[in-house]
Design a protein around this ligand. Structure first.
Ligand SMILES: NC(=O)c1ccc[n+]([C@@H]2O[C@H](COP(=O)([O-])OP(=O)(O)OC[C@H]3O[C@@H](n4cnc5c(N)ncnc54)[C@H](OP(=O)(O)O)[C@@H]3O)[C@@H](O)[C@H]2O)c1
Length: 342
């Protein structure tokens, strides 16, 4: 499997680390991944025969810009040209999220489809804005689109619902899908820290961006809710369909009141087949399995036969998310192998 990596930040570096390890392991199930190109904002490194683990390590050590590599560097080469010109089976798209235009990822993904390449992405932007169209376009071009790392980071929430609950019917989904807001609300309720101070702590610890709106205004949770709705409940929705409220107005008094009822307040993304999908702070019982603390994520699937099933795990992290990319690559490999058999 020849792979073009587009974006070489925290997740991109995690992907090269994990795949380098795989090169050195015995090839399992015929899965033999090779990174043939890495495209960053300033250029690319390309070796059609595959960049060796030693070369991948040298690229990481050498640092910015990666296109300065003396053997395989292509300064100034754009990711779109790399996708067009380099032969590969899969594009791993890990550029920064953009929920206004979904670019540059949207163009990378559609270009990959048009050139017959499968796509694995951890980027929520294109899915939040255009998931119904993208899944249709992938199908039309006879390629796979996988995005396990977009929801739950390394925790396989999408696969759990799709595979482990296959045969059952999922009636609704509720989730704490954003670690930053969960950290802030946990600090507020457990340590009585006011919202602004809890946010400042989250920023100090690197959990929150300097511009925190994506998290605290609920956009990130809304993007993930869109992905769950499309992928698990087959609802053809995008970000504009979500009724969204963030956590800016949650006060210590609100949390005290909730505590008197044995509850706390969490930012919950919620979807079912009866009501409009929502993201808002709501009260949940402190003893609910969904009620996780700190930066943890949790999602509860309400099912017809198995009642409630809750999955808990770390929602983000470079290496965890890179692990989700590997899971998606294996899934594509498995799908391609079974196609060959039929
Ligand atoms: N980090 C996590 O824990 C995590 C978890 C789940 C999902 N995600 C998602 O995964 C994606 C990657 O996250 P990250 O943390 O790795 O972000 P990051 O560290 O900011 O890395 C993004 C990389 O993409 C590069 N880039 C920007 N524009 C580009 C373009 N036009 N062509 C090629 N490369 C371009 C950036 O280059 P410059 O730095 O030079 O701009 C940077 O190297 C994001 O969409 C994020 O939301 C991340």
């Amino acid at each position: 499997m020849r792979i073009i990596l587009v974006g070489y930040g925290v997740v991109g570096k995690g992907v090269t680390t994990i795949l380098s390890k795989r090169y050195n392991e015995r090839v399992r199930d015929g899965f033999n991944p090779k990174i043939v190109a890495i495209a960053d904002i300033d250029g690319a490194v390309i070796n059609p025969r595959g960049l060796s683990p030693e070369k991948l390590e040298a690229i990481k050590q050498r640092g910015y810009p990666i296109s300065g590599d003396p053997d395989f560097g292509h300064p100034g080469m754009k990711a779109l040209d790399v996708i067009e010109q380099v032969e590969a089976e899969v594009i791993v798209e890990v550029t920064p999220v953009n929920i206004k235009t979904a670019e540059p990822a949207l163009s990378h993904i559609t270009h990959a489809f048009r050139t017959g390449k499968h796509v694995v992405t951890t980027n929520k932007g294109p899915l939040a804005l255009a998931m119904p169209a993208l899944t249709e376009l992938a199908e039309y071009n006879n390629v796979y689109l996988r995005f396990s790392g977009t929801v739950g980071g390394g925790t396989p929430m999408l696969e759990f619902a799709k595979r482990c609950l296959a045969g059952d019917r999922i009636l609704g989904i509720k989730g704490i899908l954003n670690g930053t807001t969960n950290y802030i609300l946990s600090e507020m309720s457990q340590n009585r820290v006011a919202f602004q101070d809890a946010l400042a702590n989250a920023q100090k610890l690197g959990y929150a961006e300097r511009e925190p709106s994506m998290d605290i205004d609920g956009f990130d949770t809304a993007c993930k809710t869109v992905i769950l709705a499309n992928w698990i409940l087959n609802q053809k929705i995008t970000l504009k369909d979500i009724d969204r409220t963030g956590i800016r107005n949650v006060t210590l008094e609100n949390l005290d009141e909730a505590a008197k009822r044995g509850n706390t307040i969490k930012l919950i993304g919620s979807i079912d087949d009866k009501s409009k999908p929502t993201v808002k702070p709501i009260e949940i019982p402190k003893n609910s399995p969904l009620c996780v603390s700190g930066v943890l994520n949790a999602v509860t699937f309400q099912t017809e036969f198995a009642a409630e099933q809750t999955l808990i795990g770390r929602g983000a992290g470079g290496i965890e998310t890179a692990g989700a990319v590997l899971r998606d690559l294996l899934d594509i490999r498995h799908k391609l192998a079974s196609k060959l058999l039929t």
